[in-house]
Write a protein that binds this ligand. Structure first.
Ligand SMILES: [Zn+2]
Length: 506
């Protein structure tokens, strides 16, 4: 049944499907993209346009396994939407569900296991620069490339007068004849050192391990120190490092683990990435676009606290956000108002009854938001508490202290300064974080409806803790209700705490 030399079904050559043990035909072809791989490959003509074209050309069956398109016309590739069909136990599932199910099933059957494959971007590992780790390799005319012996490591950079590029494309080290000339570790003959140096990411892939034990001259770090300090609790960095530095440093770490140098398989216990701050026009800041905001200018104009506060308030931690000159003014206003609270300060070691619930809620919110990197919403809740305080036109000592501690991570200078000015003692940095009481985090006031004979006649705001008697009294005292029941006889009073009061009148 040979079709032609590019797509041949070998008569009698069949494979066994590893999942259902059914026979599957094998086609031999050179009609495969060179970058895809060699050896046996699978094909999904119903859902990959190149496979579909291949199947059409050689008149192979095209079986739909993900419903949603028209595979008689072209491959249906949008597999995020479709539902599995013609797939036995996977029928009716989404593709994502099917992947999980078949992976689990293969595991249970002992036919396979879940595995992650890493793909490192190719990394040119040499530079023609002075600054970089020298590569501990010598080039011998007889032996070729020979690594230095362990006793000669680490190879350090020579002290030089000038480390500028040579201008001829050679590494600056190449000009240092004395350093370059050496003996071959293998044959003892005259040889030359490699003069290229390693790229910056060589060192940045593992330098943090050295922090564990910086004075150790026997090893990278002692086992004891590494066991005490590593893995790194938290690596936060830019999104652009996710597939570069993060992956490279994990690659180095896994190698160091395999040769027994580090005690953990992974270098970092937690990884997060922050969004980029864009120019005011929503584009990446760059000199050529002329949209660069210089932090020094902002600090000079508004102060460091406003700058810091604004950077945390600008948006969700992991998302990109455009700079806004208007919005930074709001942050400046917050900082000023925090300071000016001194004018409405009064003594008092407790939260006032009106603000108590708001304080407990804000303590809870800010604490939880900091843990989950939601700095923007933490700051928003502080701003709203500040508004409430100004509406009350006064705040107690206890309230000011709590507010300053909660605001300190976002505006450290002004809060410490106010703390000292008020004579609260010590520094905010040394204070314990305020505590909240869960029951007091509920709204202190709630709105209830007042009905007359089942019809809503008024809505009143009451304390959430109000008793049934109190609710009834407040309901009757409200102007609309008082007017409506005047001169009438109240037959029945129904009170549903937190919801409503209904008066049946005649
Ligand atoms: Zn040699």
């Amino acid at each position: 049944m040979a079709k032609d030399k590019t797509g041949v079904r070998l008569e009698g050559v069949n494979g066994l499907n590893p999942v259902n043990s059914k026979e599957i035909p094998i086609y031999i072809s050179d009609y495969v993209l060179v970058s895809y791989g060699t050896g046996a490959i699978m094909a999904v003509p119903g859902h990959d346009q190149r496979d579909w074209e291949f199947a059409k050309k050689f008149d192979l069956p095209i079986i739909e396994v993900v419903q949603g398109g028209d595979i008689t016309q072209h491959a249906y590739e949008d597999c995020n939407e479709g539902i599995m069909v013609n797939s036995g136990m996977l029928d009716g599932l989404t593709v994502e569900e099917a992947k999980n199910k078949i992976t689990a099933w293969l595991g249970e059957q002992g036919k396979g296991e879940h595995k992650i494959n890493y793909k490192l971007r190719d990394w040119v590992f040499s530079r023609q620069r002075y600054w970089g780790e020298p590569i501990p390799i010598v080039i011998c005319p007889k032996c070729g490339y020979v690594p230095l012996e362990m006793k000669d490591l680490p190879l350090t950079l020579p002290e030089v007068e000038s480390y500028k590029p040579t201008g001829d494309g050679e590494s600056p080290l190449a000009a240092l004849e004395e350093w370059v000339r050496c003996t071959c570790p293998k044959c003892g003959g005259e040889a030359q050192r490699e003069t290229d140096t390693m790229p910056q990411w060589a060192g940045s892939s593992w330098y943090f391990l050295r922090y564990c034990d910086p004075h150790n001259d026997e090893a990278l770090a002692s086992r004891e120190a590494l066991e005490y300090w590593t893995p790194v609790d938290w690596y936060n960095g830019g999104m652009e490092h996710t597939t570069l530095h993060l992956l490279y440093s994990r690659f180095w770490h896994k190698f160091l683990y395999d040769i027994g140098v580090v005690p953990t398989k992974e270098p970092y216990a937690r990884r997060t990435s922050h969004g980029m701050i864009l120019g005011e026009n929503g584009e990446k800041m760059s000199k050529s676009r002329g949209n660069v905001v210089n932090p020094d200018d902002i600090v000079n104009e508004y102060g460091a606290d406003t700058m810091r506060l604004y950077e945390m308030f600008i948006g969700d931690f992991e998302k990109a956000a455009p700079w806004s000159s208007e919005s930074i003014k709001g942050c400046k206003r917050f900082v000023d108002r925090l300071w000016n609270l001194q004018e409405i300060y009064r003594d008092g070691e407790e939260y006032s009854s009106k603000l108590e619930s708001s304080f407990h809620k804000t303590i809870k919110k800010v604490g939880e938001d900091i843990e989950t990197l939601k700095y923007n919403t933490a700051i928003a809740s502080l701003m709203s508490l500040l508004n409430e305080i100004y509406e009350e036109k006064q705040l107690t000592r206890a309230e000011y202290k709590t507010l300053l501690i909660l605001s300190n991570p976002f505006a450290p200078h002004v809060t410490e300064e106010a703390w000292e000015q008020m004579g609260f003692g010590g520094m905010i940095t040394d204070q314990t974080w305020p505590k909240y009481v869960e029951e007091k985090c509920k709204d202190s006031t709630t709105e209830i409806v007042v009905q007359i004979c089942g019809k809503i006649r008024a809505r009143i705001s009451v304390s959430a803790a109000a008793s049934q008697e109190e609710l009834l009294r407040l309901a009757k005292e409200s102007p609309e209700i008082a007017a409506a029941v005047e001169g009438k006889q109240v037959l029945k009073e129904i009170v549903v705490p937190g919801k409503l009061v209904n008066l049946v009148v005649k």
